[in-house]
Unconditional design. Structure first.
Length: 381
């Protein structure tokens, strides 16, 4: 059992703090024991300078400050408790920004999502510095780099201010900033190994050119965690309706597990949609599998015909006003169709719905790894 001490007196401010802390600990099922110390002699003996004060494991003090107020005090106390006892409690989200309207909108989307679930957002800017020639010497534009670092911190400060003004509307949201010199795609992929989710912008009017250009396509192909692509002006509305573009094959057992985990967290309505575009596939009874594995969850199954998977799934998502489309990276043919320039008008990544791409590395095999012991065999679990 972990010890947390609260030093204070019988005041409304103290009781308000204690109540909020208790509720936070209960909500997240944290194994923490709170010891209340109200005796003035004991408070002095333990070298507490002012009250109320929260002391964590005898080495971290969070002290109330009149200028910041009680709600800020509560917020700081929660942050320290999470860092000390439950670092895995928060969803780790990476949001790359290049200071464009598109990337800032992706940040707003991520912020609104974070207010619902609690998260630690890492705001990443990767600068590919342009060399300058000065009197025959090649130098990097240090002024530009410093300006970008400043802009990155200013974005965080503005969002922190917004959170402070609306602190009762959100779960715990933490920020960190990272500024790197190099190639954005490579750095995002490297950092994605440590993240639960990436949220990044897409381009509406010229998406195919942008996507096939460099960063977005590289991240889509090689990220080590799920990626949500958000277009301009798309807002987070929750995940009430999720559309998963499935192909009735055994591969989808693995991806559906991830879809179900997300849907369970948000009490979502899941639409499993297969688009018949004339392609050949090895049939698998996905309905029986889902009914057996996920009793108690309601799924809506839909099979539609369309000239392409991308246009079919896009139309369906718009028809039901879906909040998220989910695609699986395992289906190489599907992604090839989605990013095909010839189908730019029908691509899912041009949809009015945010798109999440799951990668094969995001999921474990349902056979528990038995197939890895026989690499020459294909896994049918």
């Amino acid at each position: 059992m972990t010890a947390v001490k609260i030093y204070g007196a019988e005041t409304s401010r103290y009781e308000y703090f204690k109540f909020n802390l208790d509720e936070f600990i209960k909500k997240h099922d944290l194994n923490i024991m709170i010891e209340e110390i109200k005796d003035i002699n004991k408070i002095i003996e333990e070298n507490v300078q002012s009250i109320p004060t929260l002391r964590i494991n005898s080495h971290v003090d969070i002290v109330y400050n009149d200028e910041k107020g009680i709600d800020q005090f509560i917020s700081e106390a929660k942050k320290e408790i999470v860092h000390e006892f439950a670092p895995g409690l928060l969803t780790s989200i990476l949001i790359p920004v290049d200071f464009s309207e598109m990337s800032l909108n992706a940040l707003n989307y991520g912020m609104d999502l974070s207010k619902k679930i609690g998260s630690e957002i890492e705001l990443l800017h990767v600068n590919h510095p342009s060399p300058m020639v000065v009197e025959g010497a090649v130098i990097l534009d240090k002024i530009s780099s410093e300006n970008q670092k400043y802009n990155l911190q200013r974005i965080v400060d503005n969002h922190k201010m917004d959170l402070d003004m609306r602190r009762n509307e959100h779960e715990l949201v933490l920020f960190k900033t990272t500024y790197l010199e190099g190639f954005a795609g490579d750095e995002i992929i490297r950092i994605s190994k440590e993240k639960d989710l990436i949220i990044m912008g897409a381009t509406g009017e010229n998406l195919t050119k942008k996507l096939l250009g460099s960063v977005s396509l590289k991240v889509l192909k090689k990220a080590h965690c799920p990626v949500i692509f958000v277009q301009e002006n798309q807002k987070f509305k929750g995940f009430e309706k999720i559309v998963y573009a499935y192909s009735p094959t055994a591969y989808d057992q693995k991806a559906i597990k991830e879809v179900v985990e997300l849907a369970s967290k948000y009490n979502s309505e899941v639409h499993l949609v297969h688009v018949d575009d004339g392609s050949d596939f090895t049939s698998f009874d996905i309905e029986s599998y889902v009914a057996h594995m996920y009793e108690g969850l309601e799924f809506i199954y839909k099979e539609i015909k369309d000239e392409s998977v991308s246009s079919g799934i896009t139309k369906y998502a718009e028809q039901i006003d879906a909040d998220l489309i989910i695609l699986s990276k395992k289906k190489k043919n599907l992604l090839q169709k989605i990013i095909d320039v010839s189908q730019s008008k029908a691509t899912v990544l041009k949809a009015t719905t945010p798109v999440m791409v799951l990668h094969e590395s995001d999921r474990g095999c349902l056979c528990g790894g038995a197939c890895k012991r026989k690499p020459e065999d294909s896994c049918n679990h």
